[in-house]
Design a protein around this ligand. Structure first.
Ligand SMILES: [Ca+2]
Length: 341
């Protein structure tokens, strides 16, 4: 740019000089030779000095411009370098961000995959699964219908406190107004009131105990004392196999009074499946896994205080109070062996 400007200026000055010279020439011819010539030469000399001054000024300006230009070019190069460095940093940051984003998406995918797995294996099937969904109050809950598991909608009472909670009650005796002297079909489907006395139903107990289960029995006598019996293994067969009882691994302080009933079929007033010539269901007035006949009779007759030691068909647990003592209160409950509070 400086060079172009300089050339233009030099050209302009040259043209000026030429024009001046040409303008002088006719005068040179017209004017008288000597004095005019001297005057002319003085003017030319003065002009030449001016031109020299201008040229040196221009050269100085040009040098300065070139220096400035060089500085500007250097600055521009520096800026360009800085710009490239910034761009590199931005690119690096973007790639890091994208990598982190990918990782987050991967974690989210894994989490959602996990939750799907948990949902399908942790379906609301019993009180233990409700417990794991953070329902931790002992209350009545409605288990939803599940076509995959083949379970109908069902009201259950959950014990979410005893020994870690997660228990689904299958039986309760405490009020004494519900008769337990019922037929096969009623024992199959269940009867009573879920907040009071009830039998959940053999069909439901069968379904609940298809997964390895624990049975816990809690009892209270008329003196207000409590005992319990727990079986680390408990399952009930299907109806075709007469809801046959299998249990093992007793622990507790009430005595092992259900062991005698192990490996026996369920019997009711209208179905004698026991191991006795007698009809145990009729004798003990309940539905139960009668052997010949009882070491316990948790579905026997509810006798009020004062009457509770006068019969052998009451709610008995021989291991604690013998064959003639009918208990005040009983609860039978199940939960999966795999349950961890
Ligand atoms: Ca019999």
């Amino acid at each position: 740019m400086a060079r172009v400007n300089l050339s233009v200026v030099v050209l302009a000055v040259t043209l000026l000089l030429l024009a001046e010279t040409q303008a002088q020439n006719p005068r040179k011819r017209l004017a008288p030779p000597k004095p005019v010539k001297a005057q002319c030469c003085d003017e030319v000399r003065s002009l030449k000095v001016q031109v020299a001054n201008l040229t040196s000024l221009l050269e100085e300006m040009s040098r300065k411009q070139e220096t400035d230009l060089l500085n500007i070019v250097r600055q521009m190069m520096d800026l360009d370098k800085q710009n490239r460095q910034q761009e590199a940093r931005v690119t690096e940051a973007e790639s890091k961000y994208s990598e982190i984003n990918n990782r987050v998406e991967m974690i989210q995918l894994l989490q959602s995959a996990n939750s799907v797995t948990q949902t399908s294996s942790d379906a609301v099937y019993d009180c233990a699964s409700l417990y794991h969904r953070n329902y931790k109050i002992s209350e009545v809950y409605k288990l939803p219908k599940d076509d995959f598991l083949g379970t109908p909608e069902l009201d259950v009472f959950c014990d979410m406190e005893t020994s870690g909670g997660g228990w689904t009650l299958i039986q309760r005796r405490k009020v004494g107004l519900t008769s337990f002297n019922r037929d096969w079909k009623q024992y199959k489907n269940g009867f009573g009131t879920i907040r009071g006395d009830f039998w959940l139903g053999n069909e439901h107990i069968f379904r609940l105990t298809r997964q390895p289960s624990v049975l816990r029995i809690e009892m209270e006598d008329w003196e207000g004392e409590t005992r319990y019996a727990e079986y680390g293994f408990f399952t009930v067969s299907n109806e075709l196999n007469s809801y046959k009882l299998f249990l093992a691994n007793y622990s507790g302080n009430a005595g092992d009074s259900l062991r005698y009933h192990n490996n026996t079929n369920f019997s009711t007033i209208n179905k004698d499946n026991d191991k006795c010539v007698d009809d145990c269901a009729s004798l003990r007035k309940g539905g139960y896994w009668y052997n010949c006949c009882t070491d316990s009779n948790l579905n026997g007759v509810f006798y009020r205080y004062g009457q509770h030691t006068k019969s052998t068909d009451g709610i008995t647990w021989y291991g604690w109070h013998g064959p003639n003592y009918s208990l005040k209160r009983v609860e039978m409950k199940v939960r999966p062996q795999s349950f961890h509070p």
